[in-house]
Write a protein that binds this ligand. Structure first.
Ligand SMILES: NC(=O)C1=CN([C@@H]2O[C@H](COP(=O)(O)OP(=O)(O)OC[C@H]3O[C@@H](n4cnc5c(N)ncnc54)[C@H](OP(=O)(O)O)[C@@H]3O)[C@@H](O)[C@H]2O)C=CC1
Ligand SMILES: O=C1O[C@H](COP(=O)(O)O)[C@@H](O)[C@H](O)[C@H]1O
Length: 585
């Protein structure tokens, strides 16, 4: 794909995302002021009062002009709900440029479930440029009207702004088109190019291709898009979905294949966990709070846990899953990416390259996983309350004798000065008793704790634990020791709790919304660079090969249970207890 224009145009889009970042800095640095937050419809609705350091907010519309004037007199700028308005205002409203987003594999599950709804949400929030077009591309035969019908069934409205949703949907659907073609046909992509040009109508054309197709056809599609449908005068970017190979070799082959047609800065490797709100917040929490930053090392942290669980099985994706397993599906990417963000050194700045440099360094400081530090499991059938839940191998697309793990627990280590000896535990599983993703930071004991005798013999129950609940029901809470009110001296553990639903009235955007917007803006911070990917695979490839060559048999656990007991023994080897399984979570 032509690389000529990517830098030219990405520069203008980067400036918008810088503006987005700077705006939030501006807000947080304004003490003692009234800051009205302008809503997307230009009415002042969300007023944040920052007085003497105190922050409060109201959702009540401001109808009184004099109040508004007073507010305006003392204010600087606004944020949050108008974020996108300003972003688009920068260059999206540029009459001379346009963005065309082509969803390759538009008939598929991910496109319907995530991509079209995320694009609509961005449109709904006024985050897309004035001139944009969405094209679906796949082999299935469909008319524009049929695509629109398919897409319309997947769209939902933001809970806090339903009034004009139907109207917005209509407007969005009018911007959606479809082209049927093969993934390896340059001719078919040339036809697509022709249609894109018609819609671009002579403007500077910026093109984003989202590869939502099985990985074995990534290169074919990239080749054809590159040779036949690149932008001639704007940028061309490609979002690539995981899996990025199944080991170091296949991942390197994929990278080489992509780089035959794309420059690295055109490739946006997506890991949607990086787009989740609480994962984004991880660096804010650590680097902007004095009560956390100095504690972030082996000196105070005893272990860190990254936990992912789903309360359903592979359901319909067994064919894909059996070739990958839970370690490749969740650990090597989602959990490892969070770990890298958690453990990296302070980056020089918030720029994408500075952050990704630090992530690579920490990944390269890690010890490749050892077989004895891993437990694998696979779910078996279980009957509860008269209902029988299937085993993994009951899935018709899974071989009956499959040894593919649907659960894994692992202990990882970072051999650098900050983290020497601290176990980083990961646990991921399907068909478990609950659905969730969280980070747990367990701190060391307080040395010479005056209150030791109040805790009894189990001192572990007195250590602090910071929990970042990524999903569902986002929250950050810190377990502290507290005196139970009364005349005696009894202590308990209580939570300092930041519960998002209670604290913030705004709906949390889906990870795909943030990532699509970033790709349009040319913001690469949340996408995986090829050297990060190499470092990630280097940690897991030897283990994955050993598991497969030795045909290690997974520990079977009942569908809907808490997973194999082996996970407890693994944690116990490192003197750790899984925080999610303790009585008081
Ligand atoms: N679904 C999910 O939740 C997630 C998916 N992903 C990744 O996103 C990508 C898309 O996923 P998903 O939508 O589930 O995939 P699908 O299996 O639904 O495939 C997407 C589209 O690709 C075409 N296709 C499917 N199989 C083939 C084939 N063998 N040869 C050529 N074309 C084929 C089909 O379109 P047509 O026949 O019309 O051409 C299909 O609609 C994959 O790389 C997947 O690993 C990542 C995370 C989550
Ligand atoms: O990438 C994947 O993620 C989903 C879980 O994503 P979430 O945002 O719903 O938590 C997982 O189900 C799937 O197996 C995996 O490929």
């Amino acid at each position: 794909m032509s690389t000529l224009s990517s830098s030219h145009c990405s520069a203008s889009y980067s400036s918008t995302s810088n503006a987005r970042r700077q705006r939030s800095t501006k807000l947080s640095s304004i003490p003692k002021r009234f800051v009205p937050v302008k809503s997307a419809r230009n009415s002042y609705q969300n007023v944040v009062l920052l007085q003497d350091g105190a922050v409060s907010s109201t959702m009540a519309p401001i109808e009184n002009d004099s109040t508004l004037k007073k507010l305006k007199d003392g204010l600087l700028s606004a944020t949050s709900s108008e974020e996108c308005e300003d972003v688009v205002g920068f260059d999206g409203n540029d009459k001379n440029s346009t963005v065309s987003i082509t969803v390759v594999g538009a008939s598929g599950d991910l496109a319907k479930k995530k991509i079209f709804p995320a694009l609509f949400a961005l449109f709904y929030e006024d985050c897309l440029p004035e001139h944009f077009t969405v094209f679906g591309y796949a082999r299935s035969k469909m008319t524009d009207a049929e695509l629109r019908n398919m897409v319309s069934k997947t769209l939902t409205c933001r809970i806090d702004k339903r009034e004009n949703c139907g109207e917005k949907m209509e407007q969005f659907l009018k911007r959606c088109f479809y082209h049927s073609g093969q993934y390896d046909s340059e001719d078919n992509f040339t036809e697509l190019d022709k249609k894109l040009k018609e819609h671009e109508a002579g403007r500077v054309s910026n093109r984003l291709f989202y590869l939502s197709i099985p990985p074995n056809i990534f290169i074919d599609a990239v080749k054809c898009a590159s040779l036949s449908a690149s932008s001639a005068n704007g940028w061309t970017r490609v979002i690539v979905e995981k899996p990025f190979g199944r080991d170091s070799e296949s991942s390197a082959a994929l990278t080489n294949g992509l780089k035959q047609y794309l420059a690295e800065d055109q490739i946006f490797r997506i890991d949607h966990y990086l787009g989740k709100e609480l994962v984004e917040n991880l660096s804010v929490l650590r680097f902007s709070n004095l009560i956390f930053e100095p504690l972030w090392s082996r000196q105070y942290i005893r272990n860190v846990q990254f936990i992912f669980s789903e309360d359903f099985g592979t359901e319909g994706r067994g064919g894909y899953f059996d070739n990958y397993g839970i370690i490749r599906d969740i650990m090597q990417n989602h959990l490892l990416q969070i770990l890298a963000l958690f453990a990296m050194e302070t980056p020089v700045s918030l720029d994408a390259e500075d952050i990704r440099n630090e992530k690579v360094k920490v990944l390269r400081s890690m010890r490749p996983l050892q077989l004895e530090d891993v437990v694998i499991g696979q779910y078996k059938s279980h009957t509860k309350g008269g209902v029988t839940y299937p085993a993994y191998t009951d899935d018709k697309t899974v071989p009956k004798d499959s040894l593919t793990p649907t659960f894994a627990a692992a202990a990882l280590f970072i051999d650098n000065a900050r983290w020497d000896g601290v176990p980083f535990l990961m646990k991921a599983g399907k068909a478990l008793h609950t659905k969730g993703a969280e980070i747990r930071v367990q701190f060391r004991h307080v040395p010479g704790n005056l209150y030791n005798r109040n805790f009894g013999t189990d001192l572990d129950r007195a250590t602090n634990e910071l929990v970042i609940r990524v999903q569902p029901d986002e929250a950050i809470y810190l377990k502290i020791n507290n005196k139970v009110p009364g005349l005696g001296m009894r202590l308990d553990r209580s939570n300092l709790n930041l519960h998002y639903a209670a604290r913030y009235s705004k709906e949390i955007p889906d990870a795909y919304e943030r990532l699509l917007l970033d790709a349009i803006e040319g913001e690469r911070r949340l996408f995986i660079r090829s050297d990060e990917l190499d470092a990630a695979w280097a940690l897991f490839t030897p283990l994955l090969k050993e598991l497969e060559e030795k045909k290690i048999i997974p520990e079977y656990y009942p569908h809907g249970s808490r997973g194999p007991v082996g996970a407890h023994y693994l944690a116990a080897r490192y003197n750790v207890r899984w925080g999610d399984l303790s009585i008081e979570q």
